[in-house]
Design a protein around this ligand. Sequence first.
Ligand SMILES: NC(=O)C1=CN([C@@H]2O[C@H](COP(=O)(O)OP(=O)(O)OC[C@H]3O[C@@H](n4cnc5c(N)ncnc54)[C@H](OP(=O)(O)O)[C@@H]3O)[C@@H](O)[C@H]2O)[C@H](O)CC1
Ligand code: K
Length: 592
Amino acid sequence: MVITNRGLLSSSSSCSHLLSLICCGSEKWAPRSKRLQCRISSLAQSSSTQFGKLSCQSLDQHNLSARRPAVANWSSLTCQASRKEHYSKPLILRSQCQFTTFAGSSQISHKTVQAQAAASTMPSTVQNSQESDSISYISQANAAAIDELLMGPLGFSVDQLMELAGLSVATAVAEVYGVGTYPRVLVICGPGNNGGDGLVAARHLHHFGYKPSIVYPKRTDKPLYKGLVTQLESLAIPFLSESDLPPLLKDNYDIVVDAMFGFSFKGKPRPPFDTLLNRITIRNEAGAENAGSPFVVSVDIPSGWHVEEGDTEETGFMPDMLVSLTAPKSCAKYFTGAHHFLGGRFVPPAVVKTYGLKLPAYPGTSMCVRIGKQTSIDVASLRENYVGHELTEEQANPDPLKQFQAWFEDAVSAGVYEPNAMTLATADADGKPSARLVLLKGYDERGFVWFTNYGSRKAAELEANPRAALVFFWDKYNRSVRIEGSVEKISRMESETYFHSRPRGSQLGANVSSQSSVIEGRHILEQCYKDLLEKYNDGSAIPMPNWGGYRLHPVTVEFWQGRESRLHDRLRYTLTSKDGEEPTWIIERLAP
Ligand SMILES: NC(=O)C1=CN([C@@H]2O[C@H](COP(=O)(O)OP(=O)(O)OC[C@H]3O[C@@H](n4cnc5c(N)ncnc54)[C@H](OP(=O)(O)O)[C@@H]3O)[C@@H](O)[C@H]2O)[C@H](O)CC1
Ligand SMILES: [K+]
């Protein structure tokens, strides 16, 4: 007997004739029902003198269909039990498989194995949608009505909305699939606006550094679409026909953007989209032999899905990522891929009010927002392949300060968030280390300056051991700088000047906080802040508490440039003085 559950593989050897059974229960979800798949394979091959038959029956009343019945070389048989069933009811597939081997017309052995797989829980996103009322899902009719409202009384144009929708898709892709690791993108565009979103997304992805190619088999003559195609052609982005695609998409692409159909889709996909959809569905069906297929990102709706009911045709198509636009359509409740984002940051309050929409807030200036939690994060697999920059001895400025300045300016222009954030590592008198993030507030030939409370833990450690290390990391360029040296307090006058240049709120905050001491609760800070606010509400000068700056005088500075295949560039500058001479910087390359 082989008992398997979702995701588990087990095998049973059928000793007499080298047969074994692999049964893998995998749940497939369709609207209002669930379906359980069981794949049963024999690992043996037929020989010239023997052949075998593999068959499978359901031990329950389920409709059990065998995809490949009674194959002669018994290499594999996929069975599938399906029953429309409410989510809350468990579905168990118990099956009995028979292997019969023959030599000529004589049966030489017969083996029966039973297998069981169970689907008993709801998929997490369905649970979320039923249990949580934090987000709205909209019907096909409402999606179309919102579109009309936006492009009618609310004054938007389709070009505008499509531009924002496509930009959202591109930013969501870039957030999940970094350009360094997944640069090759195939965008499959359908005949409608969903396809238009794909064309726009391809252009933005190109500007983000990706290498998009486009399949756009049913073009329209409308000026909007012609313009989008011209823009892409001017960027030398290739337009391919279906026959140009390689037999295995993974050979040429890391990501496929599915922009075939959106909320106006009806019925079953017609050619050539049926074939294209099959090609991106196979990843979900084919298992190990197709591992490493491109990640599929669907725009607004997984193409081919019923806009409200999901994968009613039970194709098994489940993209890895879905970028819902404006608001998720009802079918998104059945999306169980790893990443669900919302894009289309243009919904005005009138639409929210009219349709009673509950939508998550977009963070900062982002064009997309993640919906729900990422289903699973494999920390060990988080890796970027650093491409595009180098640091050679010829490029490096002989003065580490000038080299730092060049990289710092790059980080600022690339829009790195808080490029002046740095890790400051200190150690106490016994050498016990501690590290925290602080902000660089100035650098020149004298060193690197930051400010803090002189009663803090770092201050105590610097008092006991006046040496420190600083580390900067600028992800947009895959660069890091490590600086080490001795530390001293800056002059009181310099600290006063900086302190009084800070916003009054920060000045009060510095007076409130007796940094690093244990406090009873947040209310202590808030009460103290309120009292000080009242005390100084006449605009009088706020005194500087026991607070001020430190300056690190560097003796070593290392510049680290992430490179492909972990062959990074590391150049270390060391301040070296020969007898009686002015100290100078020597540059050495370190192994990555
Ligand atoms: N407000 C917003 O959120 C915005 C969303 N945008 C995007 O627009 C789509 C909706 O666009 P729409 O043009 O209305 O529709 P589709 O892209 O879904 O597709 C319509 C075309 O598809 C054809 N179609 C329909 N069913 C089939 C089928 N079974 N097989 C083949 N082809 C099919 C249809 O042809 P017909 O002959 O049937 O009419 C159309 O040609 C939305 O989802 C968002 O992605 C906007 O970009 C911005 C505003
Ligand atoms: K789509």
